[in-house]
Design a protein around this ligand. Structure first.
Ligand code: BJ8
Length: 419
């Protein structure tokens, strides 16, 4: 990576602490990713993105801000990217997946809280994440209790706008959600000084749909036996989707898919067990589960998570001649996401049963971050529904540390054996 210290200084980062973080990532990436055998050539782009994770893209954000654009940080797939893009702002996903930030997070948050929340809060208070430092505004949402209260702490560092997400999906919830999107639009117009129009919103909807489509294409290729790409590589692509330039991302995933289509013609099935992961998101650089699974005789072929299918399933309808119609289309697509923060959330079970068949999975790992109550409670209905269909399932609850990796490996080994 080139020398970006002046930029990091301008971003008011804690350089000493940031150096410590920069020491950890390359080693981890090399052992988890670069040691994989026979990776597609198309992954070189994503290797490059990671090698520049706190460099080039952050520089692009700095240039965007110099040209008058605003940078907006998000934490949940319910926040409509289309509005951010239509108003000529740049959106970056800020969910954090590193153990490095936990200690700092715990200085201002209780220890018995989800690691994702502790990590993103730690990254903010630590001043070691250039993406946080680049943001003009953060967009929170009322999903789980932990996040809801964490916004109050983040607000001491950056202005936070919180979207009030309904907890049910009745008709009145749709109406309320559409109103909430309108409030978000007003806030974004105020921040950017730009006006939402039918033209710019339609253009942004089309861009986001193309991004969803290319990810769907990648996932469809994983349905082949064997999948032409590892679960680890797929996960990395999903994680990068949250902060890369959308057009460049689409182009590179599309090139990779062309290559994978050629690959599947020559592959030989080695009989690896096909695993679906369901549950909480895996923010960069949380590669723990995939790494354990794929070092055994198994391959992750689909993730029913927000760093998986929930991010790209269902497009926003592009039909509509008024802003009101287009906002309704946005509301309909987003409220169709099946997060455990909703009650009831039976749509998630339908998705899981469908994916199990479409991806021809041998078993499902129900993955939960520690102290995530909504997903851990929903685990019972998930497991019941899968067992009823004779699909093997196991639950693993963990955090970002490696302390339990050996134990998890043993449990997964036993799970694979009994399939
Ligand atoms: S749509 S999954 S991104 S809320 S932070 S709920 S892990 S205790 S991330 Fe999420 Fe949106 Fe839902 Fe997806 Fe649990 Fe942790 Fe809360 Fe979490």
């Amino acid at each position: 990576m080139a020398d970006y210290r002046d930029m990091w200084k301008r971003l008011n980062m804690d350089l000493e602490r940031h150096d410590q973080l920069c020491e950890v990532l390359p080693e981890l990436y090399s052992s988890v990713y670069l040691d994989q055998k026979d990776r597609p050539e198309g992954m070189n782009y994503f290797n490059f993105v990671i090698s520049e994770v706190h460099g080039l893209r952050v520089q692009e954000l700095e240039e965007a801000r110099k040209s008058g654009k605003k940078v907006v940080g998000t934490f949940c797939v319910f926040v409509p990217d289309e509005v951010i893009l239509a108003l000529d702002a740049v959106g970056v996903g800020l969910c954090a997946g590193s153990q490095f930030w936990i200690e700092s997070g715990e200085k201002v948050l209780p220890k018995n809280l989800c690691p994702l929340i502790k990590a993103f809060t730690g990254a903010m208070v630590d001043k070691t994440c250039p993406y946080f430092q680049s943001c003009d505004m953060l967009i929170g949402e009322t999903t789980c209790d932990g996040k809801k209260k964490a916004w109050e702490i983040l607000n001491e560092y950056k202005p936070v706008h919180v979207m009030d997400l309904p907890q049910m999906k009745r008709c009145k919830d749709h109406t309320m959600w559409n109103e909430e999107i309108q409030i978000f639009i007003d806030k974004m117009e105020e921040l950017t000084g730009n006006k939402l129009t039918v033209e710019n919103l339609k253009k942004a909807i089309n861009l986001c749909n193309r991004k969803r489509r290319v990810l769907k294409r990648l996932y469809d290729l994983r349905k082949f036996k064997p999948s032409p790409i590892s679960g680890l590589d797929s996960l990395l692509i999903s994680q990068i989707a949250f902060y890369d330039d959308p057009e460049r991302f689409i182009e590179n995933v599309s090139n990779l898919c062309d290559e994978l289509e050629e690959r599947i013609k020559k592959q030989v099935d080695e009989g690896k067990k096909r695993i679906m992961i369901t549950g909480t998101p895996m923010a960069l650089p949380n590669w723990k589960m995939h790494s354990i699974i794929e070092n055994l005789n198994a391959q992750v072929v689909v993730e029913e998570t927000c760093t998986g299918t929930r991010y790209f399933e269902n497009e926003v309808c592009e039909e509509g001649e008024t802003l009101e119609e287009l906002i309704r289309n946005l509301g309909d697509r987003y409220l169709n996401i099946n997060c455990a923060c909703f009650t009831p959330n039976t749509g998630r079970i339908d998705d899981l049963v469908r994916y199990a068949e479409e991806y021809d999975v041998d078993g499902v790992i129900d993955y939960g971050l520690s102290f995530c109550h909504t997903y851990s409670i929903e685990s019972k209905s998930i497991q019941d529904a899968l067992r009823e269909k004779n699909i093997p399932v196991m639950r693993i609850e963990t955090d970002y540390s490696n302390e339990d990796s050996g134990q998890i490996k043993t449990r997964i080994e036993a799970f694979l054996e009994m399939m």
